[in-house]
Design a binder for this molecule. Structure first.
Ligand SMILES: Cc1cc2nc3c(=O)[nH]c(=O)nc-3n(C[C@H](O)[C@H](O)[C@H](O)COP(=O)(O)OP(=O)(O)OC[C@H]3O[C@@H](n4cnc5c(N)ncnc54)[C@H](O)[C@@H]3O)c2cc1C
Ligand code: FES
Length: 349
């Protein structure tokens, strides 16, 4: 029997059987997953969160995060939705090879792209597969609060719209509370600043959510900031990368070690440390391939145990205080500090 208090169990990969596959569009499918009784508590999630999946393709082990399109307490089953990415390895593997009855492996849910308390309207901008966490949030907000939801939903064309029918049904179920504006690049080109600010209109006091392709998110974020909307009211989920590089201006003043020793799969390597680099970046610079997924401090895929030295994390939305006290760090966020050389061990999960 697994020790459920063990950090390795909690942050490890857990079996989820695919109960049902729903073909959403030509290039997108949803996977309805069975969460066993033993995992039920661990897999409680908030609207907008994601799980990180570990898949084996040939002799490679790959990690990718997929957001829940289901909403907790509203949809009976935990469901993720995967859209093909051209030449993408895991998204195409999901769509081409995963069948009903297969067992996938995933981490417990994580992420902070979740609705906040309050009664402000929700205004969301999403593009393509970015609808996935936004649908989860919209279903929750409509069912559990009185707040209005407005959604600017950009797609290549009408055929690539995921959840079109479900959004229509939600609109009928909550009349006057859900407004969806569909934007098709094939008809009107990519959205521009005028489209964004026009959609916001007088709702400058709303809570804003953005998820979609990187240039789309950049456009929306800059347009919202240009309207004077406070960054704290803009929530962003990045699918592709960890986001803009953090400001490491303070690094020049901090004392840092000369080297970092990484232990991965029984191999030990010492890499000279470059101020401003995270432990994960340092390991990669040394030619190692440690595990990671979100690179934003949200999923714990990159966690490692600090064996010597000290480090501070830029963000931590995944580890509990007692885990940090034990020495666990998110290596994608950890900046070595102090004179003592750092040693970090990636433990096998
Ligand atoms: C928090 C989070 C939530 C997410 N939620 C969802 C979701 O709900 N639904 C969803 O569909 N996706 C989601 N994603 C994205 C998902 O995790 C994957 O990134 C996506 O499916 C692509 O993975 P892939 O293995 O198919 O592509 P990859 O193989 O990683 O390739 C990605 C891109 O890089 C290019 N590429 C790959 N290798 C090379 C190379 N050597 N040189 C040049 N270019 C290369 C590919 O052409 C492709 O365009 C989420 C991501 C995060 C971080
Ligand atoms: S890769 Fe997700 S927290 Fe580091």
């Amino acid at each position: 029997m697994a020790d459920h208090n063990d950090v390795r169990w909690e942050h490890g990969y857990h079996p989820l059987r695919v109960r049902k596959i729903v073909r959403e569009t030509a290039d997108t499918s949803s996977y309805v997953l069975d969460v066993t009784e033993e995992l039920r508590e661990l897999f409680r999630y908030r609207p907008g969160q994601f799980c990180t999946f570990r898949v084996r393709i040939g002799d490679r082990e790959l990690l990718r995060s997929y957001s829940m399109s289901s909403a907790p307490g509203i949809d009976a089953d935990l469901t993720v939705t995967v859209k093909r990415v051209p030449e993408g390895t895991v998204s195409n593997w999901f769509n081409d090879t995963v069948s009903e009855g297969d067992v996938l492996e995933a981490t417990k849910p994580g992420g902070v792209f979740c609705p906040r308390e309050g009664d402000h309207p929700v205004v969301a901008f999403c593009g393509g597969s970015g609808i996935t966490p936004v649908l989860s949030i919209a279903k929750h907000v409509l069912a559990r609060t009185e707040r209005a939801v407005r959604l600017f939903y950009a797609n290549r064309d009408a055929g690539s719209v995921i959840f079109d029918e479900e959004l229509r049904r939600l609109g009928e179920r909550y009349p006057g509370r859900l407004r969806v504006v569909r934007h098709y690049d094939a008809e009107s080109g990519h959205p521009d600043k005028t489209a964004v600010t026009g959609f916001v209109g007088a709702e400058v006091n709303a809570e804003f959510y953005i998820c979609g392709p990187a240039p789309f998110m950049e456009l929306v974020e800059h347009s919202l900031l240009g309207l004077g909307i406070a960054p704290a009211r803009i929530l962003i989920e990045r699918f592709g990368d960890g986001g803009p590089a953090e400001d490491s201006a303070g690094d020049g003043q901090r004392e840092t070690p000369e080297s970092v020793t990484i232990i991965l799969n029984g191999k030990k390597q010492t890499v000279p440390y470059q101020p401003g680099d995270t432990v994960l970046e340092t390991a990669r610079r040394g030619g190692m391939q440690p595990p990671f997924s979100c690179e934003a401090g949200n999923c714990a895929t990159c966690m490692g145990l600090l064996r010597a030295g000290s480090a501070t994390m830029r963000a931590n939305n995944a580890l509990e205080p007692d885990e940090v006290a034990e020495g666990w760090i998110l290596t994608c966020q950890a900046l070595p500090e102090g004179p003592e050389p750092l040693t970090v061990e990636y433990e096998a999960f």
